[in-house]
Each structure stands twice: as C-alpha cells, then as structure tokens.
Design a protein around this ligand. Sequence first.
Ligand code: NAD
Ligand code: DGY
Length: 329
Amino acid sequence: MTASSKKNVVVFRELPPDQLARLQAAHHVVVADPKRDLAAFQAALPTAHGLIGSSYPVDAALLDRAPQLEVISSVSVGVDNYALAELHTRGIVLCHTPGVLDETVADTVFALLMATSRRVVELANLVREGRWDKNIGEDLFGFDVHGKTIGLLGFGRIGQAIARRAALGFGMPVLYHARRPVDLAAQAPELQGHATHTPLNDLLARADFVVAMLPLSDATRGMIDAQLFAAMKPGAVFINGGRGATVNEAALLAALDSGHLRAAGLDVFAKEPLPMDSALRTHPRVTPLPHIGSATHETRHAMAELATTNLLQALAGERPAAVYDTAAV
Ligand SMILES: NC(=O)c1ccc[n+]([C@@H]2O[C@H](COP(=O)([O-])OP(=O)(O)OC[C@H]3O[C@@H](n4cnc5c(N)ncnc54)[C@H](O)[C@@H]3O)[C@@H](O)[C@H]2O)c1
Ligand SMILES: O=C(O)[C@H](O)CO
C-alpha cells in the first residue's frame, strides 16, 4: 500500500487489536466511538472514505457530514441501523456479516427455549436464595421442549440453523413463515421432511413455540401485534431473537398477563438497553437477555474479521465478500 493509495477509515465501535492492526497497515485510521465522544466522531467524518462499526444509527444527516464516503462495513448481519435508500442513492456500499454468526445465534435462541420452558432462571434463583427446602411441587414443573412443534417467523440463515437444532436434535416438527418458500432440496436438504412452509395463522394455531428471527424493516416493524398473539395457541411460548421492534411489546405483555402465553424469552427489545421501567425487565414469565445472540469470543471475532475484510476489499476497489443489496429495499 503506497502512501497515496491510503484512505481514511473511521472505526466507530471497538475492534479486536488484530483486526485494527490490519486496517492500520493499509489505511489512515481514526478510532472514534460516537457514544463516547460524538465530537471526535463528527470531526472525522468529512474526510472519511470508510466506516466500520455497529449499533449506531447512520442516517441522512450523518451521511451529509461524510461527502467522501465510499463504504460502510457493519459488524452485524442486521442492517436496520442504516438509511438503506440514502446509501443506494449516494452510491455508498454497505457490507455486513452474514453466515459467521448463524450457529451461535441459534444456540442462544435454543438457550431461551430451554430456559423458558424448564424455568431455568426462576428455579436457579430458588436455589440461590435458599428457598430449596423441599422437593419442588407441580406448581414449579416445566414444559417439555422435545417433540413439541416449533413455528419459525423468518426462515433465513439463522432460522434454518434453529430448525436444524429443533428437528434433528429435539425431534420437533418445524413450521415456518417467510417471504417465500425455501427450496429445501437445494438449500437445506437435511430439513427435507422436517420443515414445512405454512400459512401464518395456521402456524400460530399449531406451534407450541413461536420463534421470531426476522430482520427489522418497514414490513416487519410492529408485525407481531395483538392480533398475532391472539392467534397463537393457548399456552404457547414466544421467543424473539431477531429485532425488538418487530414486536408490539404492550401486546406481548397483555398476552402474558391474560395467561394466553405461557412465557416469553427475549434477546432483543424495541429500546436497548431495556429501560428500567419496562415491565418486561421483571416480569416473572419473561426471560430477558441483553442482546447476546452472537456474543461469544469466537463469533464476535469472526464478525470483526469478516467486516474488516469487507472494508479492505471495498476500499481496494474489489467486490467485498458480503455486500448488502441496498437496491432491494
Ligand atoms: N439477537 C441477535 O444477536 C441477532 C444476531 C444476528 C441476527 N439478528 C437478527 O436476525 C435477523 C435475521 O438474520 P438472518 O441472517 O437469518 O437473515 P436472512 O436474511 O437470512 O433471513 C431473514 C428471513 O426473514 C424473512 N422475512 C423478511 N421479511 C419478512 C416479512 N416481511 N415477512 C415474513 N418473513 C420475512 C425472510 O424471508 C427470511 O426467511 C437479522 O436481520 C438481525 O436483525 C439478531
Ligand atoms: O445483527 C446482528 O448481527 C446482531 O444483532 C448483533 O448486532
């Protein structure tokens, strides 16, 4: 890399040292997290050719401050933080991290299935708090996971990884709702005979576990509302591993409080971190997690590595490994 071909990169969320070093070897790098030092971040934008980071909204006003921007590399698979149409209009490439986190996020979702149905957190607290003074009674029994029907809202990369665990590990029939049926023979032959594309209301009426693994878009914002909760089987468990804003949280609380839903396991919320006054934080039948779907050492490193590769490729004028098609929105 010659001095003249070096470009200006702004790292707006911490990267592992080895990935930061890859960027620094090739380009001029400024590390500026807008949540810690907004002024430093904004000062770096006018000359930035590339941005890399996550969990920060990139809107038209921010893009106006960055007239030289060529590429944004998100260290996430979800792209709901980015003004997609603006990026398309301005010819700015958007990269993300599909694939490398599928199995880890599916593990997290399964942890929520197990925790909600077997009351893991509630019963661990009983032991911790010194309340295990006799054998537990039926009032604290759980609900089997194996053999139950799972209904997936969203059957993409991660939805299919959840389906593999459910069908092949736990003997669960899989129903799914997606924008279009998946060609299982070509894309997921191991799920042939196990997973069925199902009309939404039919899925909701039959599933013991309804698992949302949807991206957030204009079409999915607030999609899981009072009507959908009412259509779920009485006693169903609801799990959300996609994005919080796909759910109407007041409607979810009402479905829990009426006893219609057995429990909910949530990794994502409409507002994150979850506000202290949210009833979801302390509800006895909600297992809340702090958006940890992909949060293992191995997977977060793999995401950072892919995002760094994407950025380096784009700045070198090559097609990055994982480009998000902003024209498709
Ligand atoms: N909790 C976490 O930490 C975590 C981690 C990774 C991803 N996610 C979220 O999960 C989402 C899904 O990731 P993926 O890699 O599986 O994506 P994907 O693009 O492979 O799959 C998305 C699925 O949703 C379906 N879908 C999209 N819009 C729909 C609509 N309007 N109605 C019905 N179905 C619709 C698609 O048909 C597809 O089946 C991400 O966009 C991200 O928001 C969360
Ligand atoms: O979209 C993703 O990759 C996860 O939600 C982490 O932000």
